[in-house]
Design a protein around this ligand. Structure first.
Ligand SMILES: [Zn+2]
Length: 218
């Protein structure tokens, strides 16, 4: 049973990925990282998802990274969370500089120390427009780095790289992933705001997938 470290944010995509890896018979070590996000609501969701899936879960408190990641509405209180469609130009305010390189580097470190031979993250095609660190060219570069950076090469698995979020929702339903436990909203309130880019994307994905949305929106 090949062990894999799966970045688990507590959102939809990573929850479906963790479920898929587990159902494939992999030994999954889920990793959630607090990198200084304004709210940790999503990480509480990650803990519940991991418990529901019966997989191991590690949480890393790296909130001090916040000082490196200013200027994004996700990490900087002085930048407002934009409302609207997730593909809008305004959504660039939600880009956290270099975030996935930091998170994948940490996941790679855990993989080596935990005896896993791969890491997985759930970037998908819908992320490509706004987030450079979700694009296939970035993934290929990280694959090369992970192969070079350790005595034991660590693989990078990105099975949703070419998928839409609606396809991920469909897969989640097929796999009986605990979608109702997931949390996406950038605002961090108890209920999803329904207006920020990620709420809009989440709603749209359920609609396009033709699946009932278990989310309560404000
Ligand atoms: Zn929201």
């Amino acid at each position: 049973m090949r062990k894999v470290v799966c970045l688990l944010s507590g959102g939809l995509d990573s929850t479906v990925l963790a479920t898929q890896l587990r159902n494939d018979g992999r030994e999954v070590l889920a990793l959630s990282i607090h990198y200084g996000q304004r709210h940790a609501r999503e990480l509480r969701a990650a803990a519940r998802v991991a418990e529901e899936l019966g997989i191991a879960w590690d949480e890393v408190e790296a909130g001090a990274l916040n000082v490196l990641l200013g200027g994004s509405s996700l990490t900087d209180d002085s930048v407002a969370v934009p409302h609207g469609h997730y593909a809008d130009e305004t959504m660039k305010a939600t880009v956290v500089p270099n975030r996935n390189m930091l998170l994948l580097a940490m996941a790679g470190a855990l993989a080596v120390s935990a005896g896993a031979d791969a890491i997985a993250y759930a970037a998908h095609a819908g992320d490509h427009a706004i987030y450079p660190d979700c694009r296939p060219a970035f993934m290929d570069a990280v694959r090369q780095v992970l192969a070079l950076a350790n005595w034991t090469p660590i693989g990078l698995e990105t099975p949703f790289a070419d998928w839409t979020k609606a396809q991920i929702v469909q897969r989640g339903v097929e796999l009986r992933a605990p979608l109702g436990l997931t949390y996406s909203c950038y605002e961090g309130q108890a209920t999803h705001c329904g207006r920020c880019g990620t709420c809009v994307e989440r709603r749209e994905a359920f609609t396009l997938a033709g699946v009932a949305d278990p989310t309560t929106y404000a």
